[in-house]
Design a protein around this ligand. Structure first.
Ligand code: DC
Length: 227
């Protein structure tokens, strides 16, 4: 298994930004696992929008092609909401989880490894990951970030969407959002993008050179703590 980095956290915490940065800096192949749920959601909506037919949902999940996802149409609140609703279905999760593991295990030797971000990467998809980071931030800060990112969507709508998704993603029975065993918690509330990326890079550097340093770093840094 190639070197692997697992990044989890709630919406708007900054995990996507961190994953992209680490991917470029350390030559890691990146998979945003939320995109697979969003692509499944897009297919569900196109299929009539029934989020309760678990047999059909599993069939739809099989159609998600990890290597051909058009991100552009998926970054909207409706798709995000349906993604979170169908993500409670265990059979759909099983199919998508397998696709994510296949992605991670088939990374070519042109890369140093993989970085996956999502909700259950460190706990379920890659529990043996070399580095696990749980990214978090205050709800208000996350809402502000998403509002800036989405531009034309009202802040109230984003706040309601994030609240609903946090509750659903954190309380579902199968693979809920949680701090995975061994994850380092990175609170990005008071950090700008550059600082967040540097902190995450420090963690990966440590893992690549000397894993013990991660323990020391997490004890001494005010914004890093290990579970
Ligand atoms: O990260 P995102 O906002 O694109 O994810 C959309 C939804 O997909 C999220 O609300 C829950 C689901 N998801 C999941 O259950 N497990 C993952 N590993 C990634 C996303």
């Amino acid at each position: 298994m190639a070197f692997s980095v697992a990044i989890d956290g709630p919406a708007g915490a900054g995990k996507g930004t961190i994953a992209k940065y680490l991917s470029e800096r350390f030559n890691l192949k990146h998979l945003d696992t939320g995109l697979l749920y969003r692509e499944a959601a897009r297919l569900v909506i196109a299929d009539g929008g029934n989020t309760l037919d678990v047999v059909r949902l599993e069939e739809i999940a099989q159609k998600v092609d990890t290597h051909h996802i058009n991100e552009e149409n998926l970054r909207n609140e409706e798709t995000a909401s349906v993604a979170s609703q169908i993500a409670v279905v265990p059979s759909l999760r099983r199919v998508l989880t397998q696709k994510m593991r296949d992605f991670a295990s088939s990374v070519s030797s042109a890369y140093q490894g993989v970085v996956l971000d999502g909700r259950d990467v460190g706990s379920v998809i890659l529990p043996q990951a070399d580095v696990k980071i749980y990214v978090t931030a205050d709800e208000q800060v996350r809402v502000l970030r998403r509002t800036k990112e989405l531009g034309s969507v009202a802040m109230q709508e984003i706040l309601e969407g994030i609240k609903a998704r946090d509750a659903r993603d954190g309380n579902r029975q199968t693979a809920p959002l949680q701090i995975a065993d061994g994850a380092i918690v990175l609170d990005t509330t008071f950090l700008d993008t550059k600082e967040v990326c540097e902190k995450a890079a420090e963690i990966v550097e440590c893992a690549l050179s000397n894993c013990e340093a991660i323990d020391n770093m997490s004890k001494t840094s005010s914004c890093l703590s290990k579970k």
